[in-house]
Every structure is written in C-alpha cells, then in structure tokens.
Design a protein around this ligand. Structure first.
Ligand code: GDD
Ligand code: MG
Length: 346
C-alpha cells in the first residue's frame, strides 16, 4: 500500500528549531519525527512512501540511507514551486492506480490505519478523511458529517463564531485514484478548499473516519514539547519507545550522586556529573555534558548540549550544540545555537 506524505511546508512556526533542521528531521525522543511516522505506517503494511516536498534535504536522504532498518521503500517527489496540498499529491502520484493514503507531514498519531482502510472499503468511499476532536478548531479544518459518517461540509479555519463542531480534519486521507482527476496538473491546488468541496458538490461518497486515537499537529515548539512528553509518559503508542521509564545508553556516564526522576531518556556518550538533578520528562541527545549540580526539568536537549555548573533549565528546548553557562537559569525557552538568546553562550 502506498502513502504520500506532504512535507513541503517550511516549518516557520517551529523556529528557531527549524533554522538548522528541517521539520521532518526534528528529533522526537531522539529519533527524527518522520521516522516515527514511517514506523507507524510500516506497522500497518504501508511500505511504499513518497515524501512530497519542495526540495530534497540531504539530511533526510542521508539519514535513511544509513538507517535502512525501516522496511519501507522511500522515494521523493520534488516541486519546483509549492503546489499546495492537492497539487503536491497530483505531482507525486502520477503513477498511482490503486487506493492510497495521504498524510499531512506534521501530524503524529497512533491511529489504526488498517481499521481506517476497512472503514473506507466498507463504505465504498471515494475519499475518507480521518477526524480528530480538538478544543479550539479555529486553527484547523472543521468537518460536518451526517449520522452515517458521510461528510456534508468543510469549513477551513473558521472564526470562533463559525465553529459548528469540534471534529476537525486530521490531515489523514484515504483516496481512490480517481480523486486525482479533480486536481489540475502543475497548478497550486488544495484539498481543503478545492478538491473536497468539489467532490461534495458532485455527490461523491466522501466519508469521515471519526476516531479518538492520539493526535497532535507538532508544528509549534509547545506542541513539539508536548509530543515528546506524551510519548515518554506513555499516553500514545510509539514503536520507538519501549515503555521503560529511565533509559540510559550504556556508553553514557551518570555520576552515582545524580538524581533522576522518570521519565528520562539519555542517548549515547553523555556525561552527567555529580549532584545533577534530571526531573522528567527529560530527553538528552547524544554527547550532552551536564555539569555538577545542574538541574534539568521537563526539558528536551538535542545532541552535544553543554549545561554549566549549577545551571537550571526548566520547561525548555535546547537544540544541538547549545551551551549554557554556569549558574544560568532558563525557563520556558527554545534556543538554537545559532539563533539563541543571551543565555546561549560558549
Ligand atoms: N509538498 C507540499 N507542497 N506540502 C505542502 C504544501 C505544498 O505546497 N503546502 C503544505 N504542505 C504540507 C505541510 O508541510 C504540512 O505537512 C501539510 O501539508 C499541511 O499544511 P499546514 O500548513 O501544516 O496546514 P495546517 O496545519 O494549517 O492545516 C491543515 O492541517 C490541519 C490538521 O493539522 C489542513 O489540512 C486542515 O484542514 C487540518 O485540520
Ligand atoms: Mg499543520
């Protein structure tokens, strides 16, 4: 089974993290975000995946060349200019001649793709859209349905007074190849404004797969942080997290006087000095150095981060190579080595 993943966005809302890493490669519990998505797909036998993007970041290509344990045939579809969600699928799917999945590339979910596919087939749908429930639908596409789950209306990004439902388009579709006929070749076109409303006008069977699986659009630092904490805390299924509460790579050194409170994940070659406190959820990437007496609480540190003696890092995200001076106190910060604030020091 084939899936096309839309990864053409620039990830502007995830800055400063995406100044140095493309959104799909941002580490989630020490693995690139897109690897989580691909493993979820592979677990449901969806193992032919096209990444639809504006350019081919070498980082993605390199990573999957070296980490070929994934049972997935991964290819790329490059757009010269952004073609929109539907235009990108038309461009990537020229060879598609059977039922296929389309995913927004910034969504993490443990949805049951197999059950969704069965639902799609049972209804003989032309398109099936997964719906998820959110508190504030104004940033999403609201989808209205009838009692049988047939889609009646789309209201993309409604103002607060136009919100008619809390069930929104989760950015996960199953489409029949005929849907491609609704999309003009080489033009900017959207599913949300163009294809789906047109299909409804024509009376096509468009169904909503209403489900309560874990779902998050990780497009902002807050949501990205939340996703990591949710995986560590076990509130969503992840094929990459083994359920251990404190996991320390065998090459890392943790001083016996350090105090760790679960959940904590420490990747390879880290050094945790005496009297350090790690109050989970905490994730440390490779090669981090946490000096004597530092406190890290509810924070994500990428690779090669150095935290000085007695420093305190709370509710923060520190990207690769960030160095924090002795005794600095940080709370609620997202720092990148090259674009960090004043606490980002040598
Ligand atoms: N290849 C490609 N080309 N991908 C694109 C393009 C494009 O021109 N434009 C957007 N994308 C990708 C983005 O990278 C992202 O993964 C996905 O398409 C959706 O775009 P966003 O910009 O993140 O849209 P959104 O979050 O505001 O809204 C969409 O997702 C919501 C769920 O998260 C809509 O589909 C809403 O209806 C939906 O509720
Ligand atoms: Mg989005």
């Amino acid at each position: 089974m084939k899936a096309i993943i839309l990864v053409g966005g620039e990830g502007t809302r995830l800055r400063p993290l995406t100044y140095t890493v493309v959104k799909s490669m941002v580490p989630v519990v020490n693995k690139p975000f897109i690897e989580h998505v691909l493993r979820q797909l592979a677990a449901h036998g969806i193992n032919e995946v096209v990444l639809a993007m504006g350019y081919k970041p070498d980082s993605i290509f390199e990573y999957f060349r070296k980490n070929s344990t994934l049972d997935i045939n991964l290819t790329y579809s490059l757009e010269e200019k952004p073609l929109g969600t539907a235009g990108a699928v038309k461009h990537a799917g020229s060879q598609v001649n059977e039922t296929f999945f389309v995913l927004n590339g910034d969504v993490y979910t443990d949805i049951d793709y197999t059950d969704m596919l069965n639902f799609h087939r049972r209804n003989k749908a032309r398109a099936t859209i997964a719906l998820t429930r959110v508190e504030d639908p104004t940033k999403f596409g609201v989808v209205e349905t009838d009692q049988n789950g047939r889609v009646l209306h789309f209201i993309e990004k409604p103002s607060a007074d136009k919100v008619t439902s809390h069930w929104i388009n989760a950015g996960i579709y199953i489409l029949e190849p005929e849907v491609l006929n609704y999309i003009p070749e080489g033009a900017f076109y959207m599913f949300e404004h163009g294809v789906f409303p047109e299909m409804l006008e024509k009376g096509e069977p468009v169904y909503a797969y209403i489900n309560r699986a874990y779902w998050i659009d990780m497009g902002t630092p807050e949501k990205y942080h939340q996703l990591n904490c949710n995986i560590l805390g076990g509130s969503c299924d992840s094929p990459l997290h083994n359920g251990d509460k404190i996991v320390i790579d065998s090459s890392s050194k943790v001083h016996p006087t350090a105090r760790l409170t679960a959940p904590v994940i420490i990747d390879a070659n880290c050094v945790i000095e005496e009297k350090v406190e790690l109050k989970g959820p905490v994730v440390l990437g490779k090669g981090c150095l946490i000096k004597k007496g530092a406190v890290i609480e509810n924070s994500l540190l990428w690779d090669n981060v150095v935290v000085g003696k007695g420093a305190s890092i709370i509710n923060s995200i520190l990207a690769t190579g960030v160095k924090i001076k002795d005794k600095i106190q940080l709370e609620g910060q997202t720092l990148n080595q090259e674009h960090g604030g004043s606490a980002d020091t040598k």
